[in-house]
Structures are given as structure tokens and as C-alpha cells.
Ligand binder design. Structure first.
Ligand SMILES: Nc1ncnc2c1ncn2[C@@H]1O[C@H](COP(=O)(O)OP(=O)(O)OP(=O)(O)O)[C@@H](O)[C@H]1O
Ligand SMILES: [Mg+2]
Length: 282
């Protein structure tokens, strides 16, 4: 790659490549086609290279799991996909990440539009200090994604998709923070869906949840892939095996192996992958 290390240029209001509005279903890729591609993507927070040249194609309308030991760069990679890392001073990148063939790091890219297309759910549920309703309505209202009169329907649809509607339909005015942890995480998923994203990034979305809440969220992930492309970071091998179609194993800033989950878990090509998934990693 001949790209130079650098930070994206400041937004140029004249020419702002925008990823919004999201492409309509009829314009979408076929399931399985690459929607996001990392191309020799390198990233560092300072002098030390954290991601050492990642080449990875993430298929449309499928669940891709990212696994690997703590500190190997999974969250860094996920955050690079919707440009959350560049807010940290001293960070640098090289190479590229493209969404449907267009660089998300192109100068002047509309980052707000990008984050609307690529939503994120974090490890700890982080509802806004607002009502359940407003948590979901906020994004589509701010981004004027649908006419105002359609917002209540959109809120209901997202809460249904997040398998939360029946539990909250009679208490939509209550603060989101009053829900249980598992409900809050499903509210955060509903909030992300409110932005009508194409891709959903999930960084250990179940690690703060009990087994029952984890099961609900896992079922939800499997259902959501009919409409969304999902990338999930998880430390839970069983979870990766249960919910994902493809798995990428990261180690020390490198993508060691990538392939269909069944193959990666039953007959990995790389010894490092086998050692990790069988718990012999050292
Ligand atoms: N904000 C930051 N500033 C400096 N270094 C960071 C920052 N965030 C992460 N790192 C470093 O980058 C490396 C990769 O971190 P990252 O959080 O991506 O790992 P991870 O694979 O998600 O780990 P875990 O499984 O523990 O969440 C680590 O060495 C970490 O210390
Ligand atoms: Mg992490």
C-alpha cells in the first residue's frame, strides 16, 4: 500500500461525500457479498502499531464474529469501521476501509451520515437519560429520517425488532435507565435500529448480561441478520459458534484466520486459531 499515515482531513462543506441516506433494500447488495472491506488497514494509538494490516471482507446480511485474546485489537478494528478512534489524540491509520466500494476515510466524508449507516452497540448498555420512547426517537428525529408523523410507528417497529416492545409498550414515558440491564441493552439495539442502519457493530454486547438476557440478545442477533449486516466482537466461543456465519480470529493486531464459522471452529487452518479456540492459548 502506498497510502501515507495520516488523519482524515477536516470536513470540507463544499464536497462532503455522504453515506446517508441509507440505500433502499432494492439497491442493496445480495446477501453474502462484501459490504465492508478493510484493505491493509493499519492503526496506531501512538508509536506502537495496534492493527498491522487487516484485510477483511464483511459479507452483507450475515453475522461476522471477531474473536481473539484481550488486547489483540478487536475493539480498535470495530471502532475504526465507524471512525470512532480518530477522536483520540495521537492516533494514525494507513490503508483503507470501504463501505460498498467507497472509502469511509475519504477527505470530507460526512461522518454523521456514516455513523447512521453503520450503528454501534457497546459492551455496557448506555441508554440516554431520556424516556424509553425518546431513546429510540432521538436519532430519526435529529437526522430527519422519516416524516415526523411516522416517528411513533418507527419507534414501535424498532422496539419490536429488538424484542422489547411487549415489555415496555405501557411505560414508554419512563426513563430508559429504569429498565433492567438486559432490557437496556435491547433498548440500545432498538436505538441503533432507529437510525435505519445497514450495518450493526456490536462490541461484546452480552458481556454485562445474565444468561437469560444473553440468550434473548443472541436470538435477536440471528433474527436481525435477515435485514442487517452484523459484526460482533465476543470472548464467548459458544456464542460466536451459535450466532455467527463467519468468524475472524485476531491475534496481536493481525487477522490470523477468517472463514465460515463452522470451518473455523471445526477445522481451523492456522495452529494459532486452533490453540485459541481449544483453550490452549499461551
Ligand atoms: N484509547 C487508547 N489509547 C491507547 N491505547 C489503546 C487505546 N485503546 C486501546 N489501546 C491499546 O490497543 C490495543 C488493542 O486494544 P483493543 O481495545 O482494541 O483490544 P481488544 O481486542 O478489544 O481487547 P479486549 O478483548 O480486552 O476488549 C491494546 O494494547 C490497548 O491497550
Ligand atoms: Mg475490546
Amino acid at each position: 500500500m502506498t497510502t501515507t499515515m495520516g488523519r482524515p482531513s477536516p470536513l470540507n462543506s463544499r464536497e462532503r461525500p455522504t453515506f446517508a441516506p441509507r440505500s433502499e433494500p432494492r439497491d442493496r447488495l445480495q446477501p453474502g457479498q462484501p459490504v465492508i472491506e478493510a484493505r491493509d488497514f493499519r492503526f496506531s494509538y501512538g508509536p506502537k502499531l495496534t492493527l498491522k494490516g487487516i484485510d477483511l471482507a464483511i459479507p452483507e446480511q450475515a453475522v461476522t464474529a471477531i474473536i481473539g485474546p484481550s488486547g489483540c485489537g478487536k475493539s480498535t478494528f470495530l471502532r475504526s469501521i465507524n471512525r470512532l478512534n480518530e477522536l483520540i489524540p495521537g492516533t494514525r491509520f494507513e490503508g483503507d476501509i470501504v463501505l460498498e466500494g467507497r472509502s469511509i476515510y475519504a477527505p470530507g466524508t460526512d461522518v454523521v451520515g456514516l455513523r447512521q449507516r453503520i450503528g454501534m452497540v457497546f459492551q455496557r448498555p448506555n441508554p440516554f437519560p431520556k424516556s424509553i420512547y425518546d431513546n429510540v426517537a432521538y436519532g430519526p428525529v435529529m437526522n430527519a429520517l422519516v416524516p415526523k408523523r411516522d416517528i411513533p410507528d418507527l419507534v414501535e417497529q424498532c422496539l419490536r425488532q429488538a424484542a422489547l416492545w411487549d415489555e415496555v409498550k405501557d411505560r414508554l414515558d419512563e426513563p430508559g435507565t429504569r429498565l433492567s440491564g438486559g432490557q437496556q441493552q435491547r433498548l440500545c439495539i432498538a436505538r441503533a435500529l432507529g437510525n435505519r442502519p445497514q450495518v450493526l457493530l456490536m462490541d461484546e454486547p452480552c458481556s454485562a448480561l445474565d444468561p437469560l438476557a444473553t440468550q434473548r440478545v443472541e436470538e435477536l442477533i440471528v433474527q436481525l441478520k435477515a435485514m442487517y449486516t452484523i459484526v460482533i466482537v465476543t470472548h464467548n466461543m459458544q456464542q460466536a459458534a451459535r450466532v455467527s456465519d463467519f468468524t475472524g480470529f485476531f491475534d496481536a493486531g493481525e487477522l490470523v484466520e477468517f472463514g465460515p464459522t463452522g470451518l473455523v471452529f471445526t477445522s481451523p487452518v492456522q495452529e494459532r486459531t486452533e490453540a485459541y479456540i481449544t483453550g490452549r492459548f499461551g
